[in-house]
Design a protein around this ligand. Sequence first.
Ligand SMILES: [Zn+2]
Length: 346
Amino acid sequence: MSMRRADILSWSVVVSLWGGGCVSPEAPDASATASEDSVGHLMPTQHAPSDEARFDDASSSLGAVHPDTVVTGNGMNYHGGPVLKGPVAIYDILYGSWVNGGPRSSDNGGTINLIETWIGNPTTGNDNDRWEKINSTYGDNTGNVLGHATLTKDAFDNFSAGTTLSTNNNSLQGVVARAINTGGLPLNANAVYFVLATSEVTATTGTAAYCSQFCGFHAHTTINGVDIKYAFIGNPDRCPSACEPQFPVSPNQNPAADAMVNVMAHELVESISDPDLNAWFDSAGQENADKCVFKYGPVQFDASGAKYNQTITGTAIGLHWLIQMNWENSRGGGCSQQLGGPFFTN
Ligand SMILES: [Zn+2]
């Protein structure tokens, strides 16, 4: 596709989104904060998920990985744009009723605490760290992705733009700009700003809507002269069947948090490997996480019957997570749970 707008994560409408609906030109910029790329790149809502993991490679040994700058031929195409190199900062903009509590029981700080446990600052060797390292197989002409992002700071926003956020009228970009200009977040081009919204909030980008066409998306815009990468992640208790891989049970007994982490992970690695929507995507327009969306690889079951495929170990932490795989840009390419690990097709 000639012009990609942004990346949307959804589950049930992948084909229609990528069939052209997401690339129709939009009206010229409405303000200085909008760019031609102001429509997000979507993560679709989910199909009826298939829970059966199929092994492409029955070997449990790790394959050799030789990441180099701009390596192609692994099912991904490079389009010349930059990636985010070195340490990447994550900023969370906690939008809505996280502090005071909202209409769903998951609209509270406990949900944010769970999310930030997984996304925070992975310890080397933990499952979330090994997962992030897959992204180090992507590079640009000056270097490779590091594969480690660090949650750096939160900002709070009590509905400054109401309950409908959109890239079309710049209200979503405005939330990010306010968090920088008045909320204490740094102005940082090597970062991803996540707008995490409580369940009262919906969002649109282009013609697509949260819960109907997507579960999250990432995009970029110019704020104070700097290219800022941002993503929208809503509370999926608004639409569990569309955006929660499993409910009412989930590994942390909080289906919203467990689903939000999965969407956030998806948008994080895409925001790093394709921050300006002009670096890494395949011939169908799919970015790395899109190629593995809602594909988890082998799963285990906890005592409640919830599926999981990652465990974070360490002091006082023994939490389980269900995180989709990411596309490794080496060894021919494939979906994996960890850099150099076996590839799985489902
Ligand atoms: Zn995506």
